[in-house]
Design a binder for this molecule. Structure first.
Ligand SMILES: Cc1cc2nc3c(=O)[nH]c(=O)nc-3n(C[C@H](O)[C@H](O)[C@H](O)COP(=O)(O)O)c2cc1C
Length: 175
């Protein structure tokens, strides 16, 4: 079965995780790239104005694969905006997909994330793994957004979390 791990990452965590998961699944790793380097202001505007940016490779790339696993951060409680063109394509050309993310989790557990994903992709994912950096840190003092934003996953954490995602996806895809 041809599987693509399609990832977006601004500060490297989801990209490194996606590389490790792609290796574990013997899947192709497709990295979503933007035309311009992204600043925080552009993130906030995308989320508020519901903008879909142009990205490379084109979303039609998804049609080459039988199964897709998206790995990307959560921004302002929702799926990071660079994934939107891909989720829109999936809605028009339905195909089974899975979703995984490592986000901060300092404020809450992103209760709107699953609904946002389903609304944009037009269907629920066959596997959904929502990981939080706050769970990797000591509970006291309570991790702040500043702590989680500055955190970069270690090699040991990448290997462990990639194993969790790969197991969930293998189970869902019958691999
Ligand atoms: C503008 C912005 C908004 C964010 N909003 C959230 C959020 O709503 N919930 C959350 O858990 N993490 C949030 N984060 C934290 C990222 O999801 C987290 O740092 C993640 O590891 C970044 O992934 P990356 O290194 O692959 O870019 C936000 C980060 C940024 C820069």
């Amino acid at each position: 079965m041809s599987i693509a791990v399609v990832s977006y990452s601004l500060t490297s965590n989801n990209g490194a995780l996606a590389a490790a998961v792609a290796k574990a699944l013997s899947a192709e790793h497709v990295k979503i790239l933007e035309e311009k380097p992204r600043k925080t202001g552009a993130i906030i505007l995308d989320m508020i104005l519901n903008r879909t940016r142009r990205v490379q490779p084109l979303a039609s790339e998804l049609e080459k694969y039988e199964r897709i696993l998206f790995i990307a951060p959560v921004w302002m409680g929702k799926v990071a905006s660079p994934l939107r063109a891909y989720l829109k394509h999936l809605k028009a050309h339905p195909q089974p997909y899975a979703f995984a993310s490592i986000s901060g989790g300092a404020l809450n557990t992103n209760p709107e994330l699953a609904d946002d994903l389903e609304k944009r992709a037009g269907a629920k994912p066959i596997a959904f793994v929502d990981l939080h950096i706050a769970d990797l840190l000591p509970p006291e003092p309570k991790p702040t957004m500043k702590d989680t934003s500055a955190y970069r996953l270690s090699d040991a954490e990448l290997s462990k979390l990639a194993g969790v995602i790969a197991a969930s996806v293998k189970n869902a895809m019958g691999l």
